[in-house]
Design a protein around this ligand. Structure first.
Ligand SMILES: [Fe+2]
Ligand SMILES: [Fe+2]
Length: 131
C-alpha cells in the first residue's frame, strides 16, 4: 500500500505545483518501498539525493510564486520548507554514517507525516490566497 495518496484537496490550483505534488508523492512512495526492500546502500543513497533535489526544486517554485504574488504568509511557509530540507539532510548524514540502518530515523514516515501536514496547512492556505 502506498504511504501517501494524492487527494484532490491537496490541489493548489496552479497546474505546475499540483503536478509536482503528485510526482513528489510518487517519489516518496517509491523511496519507502526501496527502504522496506532494503535495496543496496549506494542505490538508496543516490535516491535520497534525488529526493532532496526534487523537493528543493519544488519548494523553489512555490516560493517564487509566493514572492511574485506578494503572499503575506511567505516567511512561515518558507520556514517550514527549510525545516524539512534540514531534516532530510540530517537523514542523509545518518545514512552515510550508518546510523540510519540502526533505526535512528524513519525517512518514509518523516516525509509522509510532513507532507500530509504541510499540504493541509501551508499549501492549502496558499491555495486559498491564490484562488
Ligand atoms: Fe508544495
Ligand atoms: Fe509548500
Amino acid at each position: 500500500m502506498a504511504l501517501l495518496e494524492w487527494r484532490n484537496e491537496f490541489s493548489i490550483g496552479v497546474a505546475e505545483v499540483d503536478y509536482e505534488h503528485r510526482e513528489l508523492i510518487k517519489l516518496i512512495n517509491h523511496l519507502h518501498q526501496t527502504l522496506v526492500e532494503g535495496t543496496s546502500d549506494p542505490q538508496t543513497a543516490e535516491f535520497l539525493g534525488e529526493i532532496h533535489s526534487a523537493i528543493a526544486a519544488h519548494f523553489a517554485l512555490e516560493e517564487k510564486i509566493m514572492r511574485e504574488s506578494r503572499y503575506s504568509a511567505y516567511p512561515e511557509h518558507k520556514e517550514d520548507h527549510e525545516a524539512l530540507l534540514d531534516e532530510i539532510r540530517e537523514i542523509m548524514d545518518d545514512f552515510d554514517s550508518g546510523a540510519y540502518a540502526a533505526g535512528k530515523s524513519d525517512l518514509g514516515a518523516t516525509l509522509t507525516a510532513w507532507f500530509g501536514q504541510h499540504f493541509q496547512t501551508h499549501d492549502a492556505k496558499l491555495h486559498r490566497a491564490l484562488g
